[in-house]
Write a protein that binds this ligand. Structure first.
Ligand code: ASP
Length: 331
């Protein structure tokens, strides 16, 4: 068996062993919330993700999960999350059942989530689920004989996104502790922010929450993260926090949760990051966005080396490969 090491490219077709044997702590487990992860667990996830990165760069695809099948069940829209999970399992040598449009499945005939999940659990080894209702992943986990990975449940959580966000910060800045992290935009409905704020409670960081008054972080989430020791301040203006910001995490206004267009129009466009904003930001600031962006970051910013959102997409592949391999007991 060939061990993957920098500077030692194994030949294609050879089997690849990834790193030292580990304790299999996530084997067979559901991944529903970032609150499941201790600081030590995060180190573990990120060390496996590093190995995945090395392996992908060296051999592209390998057969760690040969014969394993992942069902990707998406009840609401996705580009990155669904395709990165499919790419991840295929790069690990497994295969995917992609259900991206439930309207073409028996869901459109009125099938319940428990029944759909029980069915897919009969075919697949792992189910990745996106659903418009908060708590749907936890419900699915009760009925599934196979592990569920929450790929976004309504306004609840998006744990794999937050893990890749943290992996991005570590890569871009070299560390997380000691940083000032500003979360900007729709903090009310944006599940990525809810998960990221919870994950940041495991670190020694200052968090600035910048949003329109009507889109502030839900009070229960704010109380939860504060009670866990996170230093959070809330602001309406980016200008007052920009000079101290090490990481600026921008989000879109979640249009799908607005009842009327006028209410959406009133807050959409509240903050737009332009080349001028970047001139006033720190020279080493990292600019992130979970994507899709719909105007919050002007395209003129894309060539700025501080714009990390497309690198963030790439890091997501390695983190999701790591999570799949861990849950399958192969990391
Ligand atoms: N793609 C992320 C999510 O699914 C962010 C967003 O949609 O704004 O939550």
């Amino acid at each position: 068996m060939e061990r993957v090491q920098a500077g030692h490219a194994p030949m294609l077709g050879k089997r690849v062993e990834l790193g030292p044997p580990r304790d299999g702590r996530f084997k067979g487990k559901h991944i529903l919330s970032v609150n499941q992860f201790s600081r030590e667990d995060l180190e573990y996830v990120f060390s496996v993700a590093e190995e995945m990165r090395t392996a992908v760069e060296l051999v592209g695809t390998f057969d760690l999960l040969k014969g394993k099948v992942l069902a990707c069940l998406f009840y609401s829209p996705s580009t990155r999350t669904s395709s990165s999970f499919i790419a991840a399992v295929e790069r690990l040598g497994g295969s995917a059942i992609p259900i991206n449009e439930v309207k073409y499945s028996s869901v459109s005939k009125g099938e319940s989530l428990p029944d759909t999940v029980r069915t897919l659990a009969a075919y697949a080894d792992l189910i990745v689920l996106r659903h418009p209702e908060t708590g749907a992943a936890a419900t699915a986990a009760r009925y599934s004989g196979k592990p569920i990975i929450n790929a976004g449940d309504g306004q609840g959580e998006h744990p794999t996104q937050a893990l890749l966000d943290l992996f991005t910060i570590r890569h871009e800045r070299g560390h997380v502790d000691g940083l000032t992290i500003t979360l900007l935009g729709d903090l009310k409905y944006g599940r990525t922010v809810h998960s990221l704020a919870r994950l940041l409670t495991k670190h020694d960081v200052k968090v600035r929450m910048v949003s329109p008054e009507t889109l502030r972080l839900p009070r229960d989430v704010l109380e939860e993260v504060r009670s866990r020791g996170l230093m959070v301040t809330e602001h309406a203006s980016l200008e007052e926090v920009l000079p101290d910001t090490d990481v600026l995490y921008v989000t879109r206004v979640q249009k799908e949760y607005f009842d009327d267009q006028a209410a959406y129009d009133a807050v959409q466009g509240s903050y737009v990051i332009t080349a001028d904003t970047m001139r006033r930001a720190r020279k080493d600031m990292v600019l992130m966005h979970p994507l899709p962006r719909v105007g919050e970051i002007a395209m003129e910013v894309d060539d700025d080396p501080r714009a990390a959102y497309f690198r963030q997409v790439q890091y997501g592949l390695y983190v999701r490969m790591a999570l799949i391999a861990m849950v399958m007991g192969r990391a």
